[in-house]
Design a binder for this molecule. Structure first.
Ligand SMILES: [Zn+2]
Length: 588
């Protein structure tokens, strides 16, 4: 978080949260604050509030809240350092160059930027080859045949790696040493002769960019019948296959806007779908998704339509990806395209042959994953008991992942009907399987909806805002142990620590150490209409708390006396009772 004096802190001091949020949300002034429709949940009346004084926001509807960085992190689905950059840029604050920590780190960073530079040069080279050489001409004819015109070639940076075997190598050799060339993955070394040569030869090249739109690898498709048909960059210091989704750099906006992703297998598919005007498409560029890719995607949306190839490998990949997506709590639908003529259709072929409207229509109708799976199971041989058992074993692991019990039960009925399996039998298999698996407990943040007592609310507000005396007040509360046992105890404890530090309050940081319901309550209290706090008011709140505490103690003492009237400590208890009654009477 923004440590005092850090760059992030300086940016936060200068940034105006109302202006930054105002770029995303239409805000209206209401009293001291601003309000608008929450960008994080659907609503018709504004419950999203921004305070220019406190420089925080809070949504009374969904409970999201925090400072300008939290807002940008949620909006842009990015991490903290990225959010600092975004806010700095919006406010015209120059971003200092990052300090590297150790010499090794500096060397690694240097190597990485050299490798990125090499990829940029390779990209220029491949594009030139496609544009200006005889061989490139043949490649262009192939691309045109696949429906990729000049615009598409330029838009997706498609290029060509010539057949010679060392054309790129010759280009790069003068500037980079052998180790770097090999490390880049653009150049390979002959195992026997030790000679260097181009990794990609006689292939159409597709630049693969990371999330920040830097080219870090290439995918390459053979022009002729060379094997393999598709060849990708190897793992390098700047590229790890499982960390990158093709087209992610361009899909970000659309993913956020539409809140769902279309997941396809290869770059040709992603390009075809994106060209059809559907920008929220990404490709896994491998047969199935890897966990880091799912996490990357999850920063933008939790809804996915999987549209893999209809061949056996594609089906297996779909099912593996399904498992992983469900484990990560994604809402998943599956689009299995019908064949075009007698050909099985991947998205690329389908859109070329049947057009984008037809594709869009099928996309809209894409069924939930369970329907897809039932359809798959029905293709199995269901005439024998064994066959049915196999179909059931295929389905069970997925059905178990349905988090909602009622839904799970409905699906069980449907599966039983469609596969003609005895329903009680199916249910017992399901519950047996459920007992065996580890319980997955998903907790949802509950709405706070708590009516903490006004006195507590008032004191919390003062601890947060009363610049003149919050430190003093915190000491008082702590010494008298006044907030112990209160419903708001944890909020008090966090605020007391923050106040004793003497630093101005960072509501977000206090919120970060609290449980969700406490964090919400804190933000609600901070946004309440309130008068300027005074020390007199603070003291009267404290008296009220003391009174309440005494009443509580009195009740406890009374209970102890009644529970065991013959106890040896009875006398002590009675004395204590007298004293508490005196105290309460005096306070009245
Ligand atoms: Zn909201």
């Amino acid at each position: 978080m923004a440590e005092a004096g850090s760059f992030a802190d300086r940016v936060k001091q200068q940034a105006d949260i109302v202006r930054v949020v105002g770029e995303y949300v239409r805000l209206k002034k209401t009293g001291k604050d601003f309000s608008g429709l929450c960008p994080f949940h659907q609503e018709k009346t504004p419950s999203f509030t921004v305070s220019p004084i406190k420089q925080i926001f809070y949504c009374f509807g969904c409970g999201k809240g925090g400072d300008v960085y939290n807002f940008v992190m949620d909006m842009e689905k990015c991490e903290f350092p990225e959010a600092v950059k975004v806010v700095a840029e919006k406010c015209g604050i120059a971003i200092p160059r990052q300090k590297e920590r150790s010499p090794e780190e500096r060397k690694e960073n240097q190597q990485r930027s050299v490798l990125v530079e090499m990829h940029r040069e390779a990209q220029t080279f491949f594009v030139k080859q496609l544009e200006g050489t005889l061989e490139g001409k043949a490649a262009r004819a192939y691309l045109e045949d696949r429906g990729l015109d000049k615009d598409a070639i330029a838009r997706f940076g498609i290029g060509y790696a010539p057949s010679g075997g060392d054309a790129l190598l010759r280009q790069l050799k003068s500037k980079y040493n052998e180790k770097l060339l090999v490390d880049s993955g653009l150049v390979s070394r002959d195992q026997n002769a030790g000679r260097l040569f181009d990794r990609f030869r006689r292939r159409i090249t597709f630049p693969i960019s990371n999330e920040s739109a830097k080219i870090v690898a290439f995918g390459a498709r053979a022009l002729g019948d060379d094997m393999p048909k598709y060849l990708n960059s190897p793992e390098t210091p700047i590229y790890s296959k499982s960390n990158v989704l093709y087209h992610m750099d361009r899909a970000k906006d659309a993913l956020r806007r539409q809140d769902f992703a279309i997941l396809v297998e290869g770059y040709m598919d992603a390009i075809a779908v994106a060209r059809a005007g559907i920008s929220n498409v990404v490709a896994s560029c491998g047969t199935s998704l890897a966990e880091p890719q799912i996490k990357l995607l999850g920063r933008f949306t939790r809804r996915v339509i999987v549209n893999y190839d209809p061949d056996t490998a594609g089906q297996a990949a779909t099912e593996r990806s399904l498992s992983l997506l469900l484990e990560h709590d994604f809402e998943v639908r599956v689009l299995a395209l019908p064949p075009v003529g007698d050909k099985k259709a991947d998205p690329d072929l389908f859109i070329r042959e049947r057009g984008k409207d037809e594709y869009l229509k099928l996309l809209k109708e894409a069924p939930p994953y369970v329907d897809y799976l039932i359809a798959r199971a029905r293709q199995m041989d269901l005439t024998t008991g064994e066959g049915k058992q196999r179909a059931l074993n295929f389905l069970l692991p997925y059905i178990q992942k349905i988090p909602n019990g009622i839904m799970r039960s409905e699906w069980a009925t449907r599966i039983a009907q469609q596969l003609r399996i005895d329903e009680p039998l199916l249910r017992s298999a399901l519950s047996k399987a459920a007992k065996e698996r580890r319980g997955v407990i998903t907790t949802r943040p509950e709405m706070s909806g708590r009516a903490a007592k006004p006195v507590e609310r008032r004191l919390i507000r003062m601890l947060a805002e009363a610049q003149g005396f919050r430190q003093e007040l915190a000491k008082h509360l702590q010494d008298a142990r006044l907030y112990h046992g209160l419903e708001t105890e944890k909020i008090f404890a966090a605020l007391v620590i923050a106040s004793l530090s003497g630093q101005p309050l960072q509501a977000t940081e206090v919120g970060a150490v609290l449980e969700e319901r406490d964090r919400r309550l804190l933000f609600e209290i901070l946004f309440e209409e309130a008068n300027e706090p005074t020390w007199e008011e603070a003291m009267s709140c404290i008296e009220a708390l003391q009174h309440r505490q005494a009443e509580q103690e009195l009740a406890d003492v009374q209970r102890s006396i009644e529970a065991n009237p013959a106890a040896p400590e009875l006398r002590g208890l009675l004395e204590k009772k007298q004293e508490l009654m005196r105290r309460l009477a005096a306070a009245r």
